[in-house]
Design a protein around this ligand. Structure first.
Ligand code: THU
Length: 140
C-alpha cells in the first residue's frame, strides 16, 4: 500500500470511530468525520444534537471547527461516515449544504470529500463536484 492510500485509510478509520461518540437522541442517525490539515494532522468530530433542533451541529463542522480552533485553516481532505446509530452505515452519507458552505470557507475546489460506507467502500468527490458554484460576493 502506498503512503497516500495508508493515510486515507487512517482518515477513514478515524471517521468511522468518531461516529461512536455521536450524540443523536432525536434522529438516531450517527455521523463521524475526520479532516486532514495541510500539515498532516487529523481532527475528528461527530454530530451533536439538541432538543432545540436547530442547535444541532453536524459531524463535519464539529471536525472542521475543532481544527480551526487549534489554529489550522488549510485542509486537504475529509472523510465522512453516517448511518443508523449502533449499526454499520447502510449507505454513503453526503454532507449537507451548510457543511459544504463551511468547507468552502477554508478549502479550495479540489478539496477531497471521501464518503465512507465501510473501510473498503469509499466514494470520492471534490468540493467542486458537490458545490459547483458558491457565494463569494463579499470577497474583494
Ligand atoms: N448530519 C451530519 O452530521 N452530517 C451530515 O452530513 C448530514 C447530517 C447529522 C445532523 C443530524 O444530527 C443528523 O445527521 C440527521 O440529520
Amino acid at each position: 500500500m502506498d503512503n497516500r492510500r495508508e493515510m486515507d485509510q487512517e482518515l477513514i478509520l478515524k471517521a468511522l470511530k468518531a461516529r461512536e461518540n455521536a450524540y443523536v437522541p432525536y434522529s438516531k442517525f450517527a455521523v463521524g468525520a475526520a479532516v486532514r490539515t495541510k500539515s498532516g494532522e487529523i481532527f475528528d468530530g461527530c454530530n451533536i444534537e439538541n432538543i432545540s433542533y436547530s442547535a444541532t451541529v453536524c459531524a463535519e463542522r464539529t471536525a472542521i471547527f475543532s481544527a480551526v480552533s487549534k489554529g489550522n485553516r488549510q485542509f486537504t481532505r475529509i472523510a465522512v461516515a453516517g448511518g443508523d446509530e449502533g449499526k454499520e452505515p447502510g449507505d454513503f452519507c453526503v454532507p449537507c449544504g451548510v457543511c459544504l458552505q463551511v468547507m468552502s470557507e477554508f478549502c479550495g475546489p479540489d478539496f477531497e470529500i471521501l464518503l465512507v460506507k465501510s473501510e473498503k467502500e469509499v466514494k470520492r468527490y471534490t468540493l467542486k463536484d458537490l458545490l459547483p458554484v458558491v457565494f463569494d460576493s463579499l470577497k474583494r
